[in-house]
Design a protein around this ligand. Structure first.
Ligand SMILES: *Cc1c(COP(=O)(O)O)cnc(C)c1O
Length: 542
């Protein structure tokens, strides 16, 4: 590893952080135990007892390190039980082993020409071209470190709304002592996302389609974790369930790093004066990414506002405006599927902080959510939320409009999730006039969503034209010799479009998306949500 990572950790306090539950009815545990357990035994989420604080000088020093060095320096206080060398090895495997197609791992790119200059935190340079790689490349190494100490093996259960599934598969494939089962909603992921998952190789990986939407898949996985009988049978074989969802501390903590990293890079290239406050704009689903930004602020990063961008499933926008969280509403499938979520699990961690760490209060809200599907926070908590957070949403045509407008203004092509963020940031600028510089989380490559992006840039006609010629797409006709292979498999139409988009934009496809059409489909299992326990038992020979 480069010498940069040997710089001393700059954190100044909280030398030995332990983790407590947001619901207050579980004992405090060490970091690796929090990673191993995923969810706290009382149903709450693990949060650090305390946050290390960095002063301006320590933040400035991060500017002289590479990404791995920054990760090591920032994460070391959070994982005292792993030890410096252990964490250095994990970080090296995650960020220095050739899986990232940019030497900076997470570069920040400042663009002019749109309504105002924005700094895009490019989170799509990992193996699956979306931001979840940042957490999921590191988590397996933290988890195996935790399990080795107990002589256990992990069975990772994941419910995915798209990007998590592939990123988790890529992170865990071939990692000794682990097995991973990914459940994706049959009607809730893009064809490219589905194709990426069902072609994943590795003898320790399993992929299952669930009939229903993301919440059905996620509830199903929650029931699996709560199934005592299944857990006991698994334990008798020396294994245990573990989570790779964004509630796992081992996935959330690595996301804190890129906010510091983008900030110091922005200072270095002159876009942000040292010490100045920035706003952070995040396209949000399960609330993990934006929560990591909030934690960065708790650690001393100078952030003004967190702008929480939602799509048509804007339960969070409504919550931030009224204090009423209400999941009783229609669920929409949108062009930003990783944000099609009605229960944002990580919000519980923010509630814990804004309620002054009152776990009784958190329990009451979560009980209401379970019973009625809604809860209402009182005026003081709402006021505290609104001090830091601002919520907005984009509908489908606004999302496409943002892709088109931003491309015309800057030449840069946004993916639909990032486009939601840009649209909402536009609303924020109009309504508040807040001129602080903004960092925007750019969460995926536009090539993961070729149909939406092509339609946004060139209109529905362009998509029809490209897909009309899809029968002649490379690989399609030769594959099975049928007359209309494109109609027989929509994924192939989308893959043809992907090539077309790459050609028309003059940008090569990222490595993770090359040759998808030619890879063999390795996973065809499907089930109803209620059959998930049976499917898991079969896979694990229980
Ligand atoms: C997961 C994801 C999001 C939402 O992130 P959360 O941490 O769930 O809020 C946004 N964009 C993309 C591309 C994603 O994969």
């Amino acid at each position: 590893m480069s010498s940069e990572t040997q710089v001393e950790a700059p954190a100044q306090s909280a030398p030995s952080i332990r983790y407590i539950s947001t619901r207050g009815q579980a004992a405090a545990v060490a970091a690796l135990e929090a990673v191993r357990l995923g969810l706290a035994p009382d149903g709450g989420l693990f949060v650090p007892e305390d946050f290390p604080r960095l002063d301006g000088e320590s933040i400035g020093r991060l500017g002289q390190m590479g990404y791995s060095g920054r990760a090591l320096a920032l994460l070391q206080p959070f994982f005292p039980d792993l030890g410096g060398p252990g964490l250095a090895r994990a970080v090296e495997k995650a960020y220095d082993s050739g899986q990232w197609d940019d030497p900076q791992v997470v570069p920040v790119r400042w663009l002019r020409g749109w309504r105002r200059e924005v700094g895009l935190i490019e989170l799509m340079h990992g193996p699956t071209c979306a931001f979840k790689d940042v957490g999921l490349q590191l988590l397996p190494h933290l988890l195996t470190a935790a399990l080795e100490r107990r002589g256990q093996e992990a069975v990772i259960l994941v419910a995915t709304s798209g990007d998590t599934g592939k990123a988790a598969l890529a992170g865990f494939a071939g990692v000794p002592g682990t097995r991973i089962i990914v459940f994706y909603p049959a009607d809730g992921v893009s064809n490219v996302q589905k194709r990426q998952m069902v072609t994943q190789a590795g003898e320790n990986v399993h992929v299952v389609a669930v009939q229903g939407n993301f919440d059905d898949a996620q509830s199903g996985v929650k029931r699996l974790f709560a199934d005592q009988d299944l857990a006991a049978r698994l334990a008798s074989t020396g294994r245990r369930f573990s989570s790779a969802n964004s509630i796992n501390w081992g996935r959330l903590a690595p996301q804190i790093v890129y906010y510091f990293s983008a900030y110091v890079d922005s200072v270095r290239n002159g876009a942000v004066p040292a010490g100045a406050e920035v706003n952070v704009v995040v396209p949000t689903g399960n609330f993990g990414n934006i929560l990591a930004a909030y934690y960065a602020k708790c650690m001393g990063l100078p952030v003004g506002r967190f702008i929480c961008a939602s799509n048509r499933n804007h339960v969070l926008t409504d919550f931030l405006r009224t204090g009423l969280y209400d999941r009783n509403r229609p669920f929409y499938l949108t062009s930003s599927p990783s944000m099609d979520i009605l229960v944002s699990s990580n919000l519980e961690r923010l509630l814990f902080e804004v309620a002054g760490r009152d776990s009784g209060q958190v329990r009451a809200w979560m009980a209401d959510l379970g019973r009625r599907g809604s809860y209402q926070v009182g005026p003081p908590v709402l006021a505290r939320l609104q001090q830091d957070f601002w919520g907005g949403f984009a509908d489908e045509s606004q999302t496409r409009g943002a892709i088109r407008e931003f491309h015309q203004a800057t030449g840069y092509v946004l993916d639909p999730h990032t486009a939601v963020a840009i649209h909402v940031y536009g609303q924020y600028l109009e309504q508040t006039g807040d001129r602080r510089p903004a960092l925007v989380a750019a969460t995926a490559s536009p090539f993961k969503f070729p149909a939406t992006v092509a339609e946004a840039l060139w209109g529905p006609g362009a998509v029809a034209a490209a897909t009309g010629s899809a029968g002649a797409a490379p690989g399609a006709r030769e594959r099975d010799g049928r007359a209309e292979p494109a109609l027989a498999e929509p994924a192939l139409v989308e893959l043809a479009l992907l090539e077309e988009l790459s050609r028309r934009l003059g940008q090569p496809l990222p490595g993770g998306l090359q040759g998808l059409g030619e890879r063999p489909v390795l996973h065809t299992a499907a089930c109803r949500p209620e059959d998930m326990p049976r499917v898991v038992a079969e896979i694990l020979d229980l």
